[in-house]
Design a protein. Structure first.
Lengths: 113, 111
């Protein structure tokens, strides 16, 4: 079936460090891929998306490239800030009638000053 | 602000009781989804409604039910509550084929 696997957290980095959070997926067909972010006490916010192979999604300095050959969608940021501390969720959307999002388990990022 | 409104923000109730969680989707969104977030299970899809009709069911217990009304708001009903039902319940809405937009959730505590 369709599923998403994320690297386990927590990931602890110093401010201005480089961030990578790995995400791989299993899916039939060609799903759309997303990263959502959840700040403490809040709901999930869409961070970026990619709808087809080789697409690069980007937002707020974060990037992820849809790699069909490796079934991956790793999240990267060149220089993290304390305000980036949150839980990051990779997700895939397979279409049809349900339009259902399947989430990974989430990765907690803690950025220290 | 995602435009999705969930009420109440917090709910504390006892085992065996019944509660109703409410969700107002973004203006124009016909789809409403319910998710449960708990520490041990992560984010679990519960159910999807589109324009008043149930479209898909996920890991939703028989004690739970939902509906979407003609004005497109949705309610999630949880009955015979157990301690393990304590979780964050999120509602999300979307236009078909577009990303989901989430509300801030209802935190349910069952004591």
């Amino acid at each position: 079936g369709n599923s998403v696997t994320q690297m386990e957290g927590p990931v602890t980095l110093s401010e201005e460090a480089f961030l990578t959070i790995n995400c791989t997926y299993t899916a039939t067909g060609y799903p759309s891929l997303f990263w959502y972010v959840q700040y403490p006490g809040e709901g999930l916010q869409l961070l970026l998306k990619a709808t087809k192979a080789d697409d690069k999604g980007s937002n707020k300095g974060f990037e992820a490239t849809y790699r069909k050959e490796t079934t991956s969608f790793h999240l990267e940021k060149g220089s993290v800030q304390v305000s980036d501390s949150a839980v990051y969720f990779c997700a895939l959307l397979y279409g049809g009638a349900t339009n259902k999002l399947i989430f990974g388990t989430g990765t907690l990022l803690a950025v220290q000053p | 602000d995602s435009g999705v409104t969930q009420t109440p923000k917090h709910l504390i109730t006892a085992t065996g009781q019944r509660v109703t969680l409410r969700c107002s989707p973004r203006s124009g969104d016909l789809s409403v989804y319910w998710y449960q977030q708990s520490l041990d299970q992560g984010l679990q899809f519960l159910i999807h409604y589109y324009n008043g009709e149930e479209r898909a069911k996920g890991n939703i217990l028989e004690r739970f039910s939902a509906q979407q009304f003609p004005d497109l708001h949705s309610e999630l009903n949880l009955s015979s509550l157990e301690l393990g039902d304590s979780a964050l319940y999120f509602c999300a809405s979307s236009v078909q084929g577009s990303p989901l937009h989430f509300g801030n959730g209802t935190r349910l505590t069952v004591t």
